[in-house]
Design a protein around this ligand. Structure first.
Ligand code: SF4
Ligand code: SF4
Length: 360
């Protein structure tokens, strides 16, 4: 079968006359599988780690009431509309979107003049990159798009009004407003939410043979997968002792070095946290075990053990505050002690535990 017949059969356009490349739009539309779904790691959930924690953000964000936390973290496939708001709501990174590599999306958009990001749920949406429903775009994702692309990036929401997940438009507007309120306009100035087709500026670009054949493979897999019923959210439980920095926090840590001056300070002030421990602390160090991100650790010298905290790993989830039996931990918004990437001693008074051997 000729290459022209294959491309025509798969509805992905035609070779150019010279047979070297083809318009990217059709390829990129096919780039994200429609059978994307959630991966859920229950061990990350603050409620599962500490049953007195009050977090309910995922369930509150879910319009279809598909999430239940009472007897373990569950998502009902029948009522989940795939808006992905839970992914951006959870502070602990319990939900991840399988097959979405946001860093790859960023790097592909970076090379495109006037890039457009859209969703693959509506075939009529034009975009250079398509992902699942854009409800997963948290404040950190929006800041990353603006900071890394260094040019206006349009988020194509023109089909949202007719979509079952159209409510995400107001959510995205709210997130953008929050960024505006917390920081100078510089960090989000490149984000343009486009709701009207007449306002969208889309210029097609061309891609090479390698991308073309990779897309053929992706399409073949996607078409094969579409023959099966939709995947149920995949639930997994990794070790509760495991530490993992949620993707949103890791993304923010990558944005930070690209910022300068006032904006850098504003992001530290509004998106990072400072921990302190008062004299009620009896050095049990259970906070080290409880923190899902590994923001606490200990340091030992010849005679003492110190509690250390790293702001860049802390999501401000408050789990340690509730978990501490002595109510000795305070987590406050903002960080102004220098680099957030270093572990620093956090005890207000020099009451750190004496090393047992030296006491004896
Ligand atoms: S938002 Fe995350 S941490 Fe909070 S209850 Fe839901 S899954 Fe658990
Ligand atoms: S240090 Fe406390 S508030 Fe910060 S991520 Fe760990 S448990 Fe949550």
């Amino acid at each position: 079968m000729s290459i022209h017949r294959i491309t025509s059969a798969l509805h992905i356009g035609r070779w150019s006359r010279r047979g070297e490349h083809m318009p990217s739009r059709a390829l990129r539309e096919a780039d994200f599988s429609a059978v994307s779904s959630l991966a859920i790691d229950q061990s990350r959930c603050l409620r599962m780690r500490f049953n007195q924690h009050s977090c309910n953000r995922c369930a509150e964000s879910c319009h279809g009431r598909a999430i239940s936390i009472q007897n373990g973290l569950e998502v009902t496939n029948d009522t989940c509309s795939g808006c992905m708001l839970c992914v951006s709501a959870c502070p602990s990174g319990c939900f991840e979107i399988r097959r979405l590599d946001f860093y790859s999306v960023l790097s592909r958009l970076k090379g495109i003049p006037s890039p457009v990001l859209g969703c693959s749920d509506e075939p009529c949406v034009v975009a250079h990159e398509k992902t699942c429903c854009l409800g997963f775009l948290s404040e950190e994702h929006l800041m990353a798009l603006s900071a890394f692309l260094q040019q206006p990036v349009q988020i194509n929401l023109t089909a949202c009004a007719a979509c079952k997940n159209g409510f995400i438009v107001e959510v995205l507007k709210g997130r953008l407003e929050t960024i505006h309120e917390k920081t100078s306009a510089a960090i989000s100035k490149n984000i343009v939410l486009v709701e009207e087709e007449a306002e969208l500026v889309f210029r097609d670009v061309f891609v090479g043979r390698r991308t073309f054949f990779k897309t053929i493979k992706t399409l073949a897999m996607r078409n094969a997968a579409a023959l099966f019923p939709p995947e149920t959210p995949k639930k997994g439980v990794s070790a509760y002792s495991g530490k993992k920095v949620p993707f949103r926090r890791a993304l923010l840590n990558r944005i930070l070095p690209t910022l300068s001056g006032e904006t850098y300070g504003e992001v530290l002030k509004h998106f990072y946290y400072t921990a302190s421990v008062d004299r009620l602390c009896d050095d049990c160090f259970s906070c080290v075990a409880a923190c899902p991100s590994g923001a606490f650790t200990t340091e030992q010298n010849e005679s003492e053990v110190f509690l250390l905290h790293k702001s860049s790993l802390c999501t401000g989830c408050g789990l340690c505050v509730g978990f501490c039996m002595n109510k000795a931990i305070q987590i406050t918004p903002g960080y102004a002690k220098g680099s957030p990437h270093a572990f620093s001693r956090i005890k207000k008074e020099n009451t750190s535990r004496q090393v047992q051997s030296s006491v004896a």
